[in-house]
Design a protein around this ligand. Structure first.
Ligand SMILES: Cc1cc2nc3c(=O)[nH]c(=O)nc-3n(C[C@H](O)[C@H](O)[C@H](O)COP(=O)(O)O)c2cc1C
Ligand code: SF4
Ligand code: SF4
Length: 272
């Protein structure tokens, strides 16, 4: 069934900005100006996401430990159910996207969405300036835009994405969340000018009394935003074992990975 799409929406979570950049390039390719539901900050997650019948929805999220971030999963399951075309997109830090895209696909099916396209793009890793360095770059953004053009085509056809195509990448049951248990950061007090960019961009309001020097690590989801977004590079990871793990991961994933694109097979060859 071809969709009569009248409205469009974009739902995303993006603490360090890669998902947002990719989602915007995709939207440009689909030639839409979608209603945006940015779920990154706590106040925004409190607002209800309203989706209309047959509205096209672009869903875009980062990969955390080969899976979707837990708070993202919670937000997705409370989206309004109903048959509507969606594109499922994840970004990952050049290590791998594990089961995150499959997990997003399955959540879409539970919500009765019709997945007309899916993709995994690379963004600079939230924990490193080496892994996925400076990505998404111009080539990634162009690929995202062309993927968007493909989505537009897919909306005019009756094609969608089968679970089998995404599951080829998976080992069966979803991999367990593999999140670092030894995160610790420190501020260089003399570099910090108390601008509070880290505080206002924390997706879980983990800064005690809004003080950049006090983090409640029981709330912290380790998204890396307070490190990456600091204009003075005043915060850094301090756990040696964690830093060694990241260095090893960077050494093992030095080659830049290509985006993975899934469009319906009945589109012109150019897209598939
Ligand atoms: C807690 C955490 C776990 C991550 N796990 C993975 C992973 O399993 N594979 C990978 O390639 N990148 C991983 N990354 C990197 C992110 O997927 C990547 O930086 C993503 O582009 C972040 O999106 P954002 O910039 O929109 O926040 C992880 C990042 C964080 C913060
Ligand atoms: S963003 Fe950096 S400089 Fe600004 S308050 Fe946070 S640590 Fe300090
Ligand atoms: S305190 Fe934790 S959750 Fe908040 S921005 Fe920093 S890494 Fe992300």
């Amino acid at each position: 069934m071809a969709y009569q799409v009248i409205r469009n929406a974009m739902v995303y979570f993006s603490p360090t900005g890669s998902v947002r950049a990719i989602a915007k390039s995709i939207a440009q390719g689909v030639a839409i100006n979608p209603r945006e539901f940015d779920l990154t900050l706590p106040n925004d997650r409190e607002k209800k996401v309203t989706l209309e019948e047959a509205e096209f929805v672009l869903l875009a999220f980062p990969v955390y430990g080969g899976r979707l971030p837990i708070l993202v999963r919670d937000a997705i399951v409370s989206l309004p159910k109903g048959n509507r075309p969606v594109a499922a997109v994840v970004t990952y830090g050049n290590v791998g996207y594990g089961d995150a895209l499959l997990e997003l696909y399955d959540l879409c099916i539970d919500l009765e969405f019709d997945v007309v396209a899916a993709a995994a793009f690379v963004g600079e890793h939230a924990y490193s300036h080496v892994l996925g360095r400076n990505r998404p770059n111009d080539a990634d953004r162009e690929m995202a835009r062309v993927f968007g053009v493909g989505i537009r085509q897919a909306l005019f056809t009756d094609g969608n994405i089968s679970r089998e195509r995404l599951a080829k990448h998976s080992k069966g049951a979803y991999m367990p969340h593999q999140l670092p248990s030894n995160l610790s950061f420190q501020l260089k007090p003399r570099s910090c000018d108390m601008c509070r960019i880290c505080v206002v961009n924390c997706p879980v309001a983990a800064f005690i009394d809004g003080d950049p020097h006090k983090i409640d690590f029981s709330k912290c989801i380790g998204c890396g935003a307070c490190i990456k977004l600091c204009p003075n590079k005043a915060r850094r990871f301090t756990d040696d074992e964690f830093l060694d793990d990241i260095a090893l991961m960077a050494a093992n994933n030095a080659d830049p990975k290509e985006p993975s694109i899934y469009l319906p097979p009945n589109l012109p060859e150019y897209f598939t």
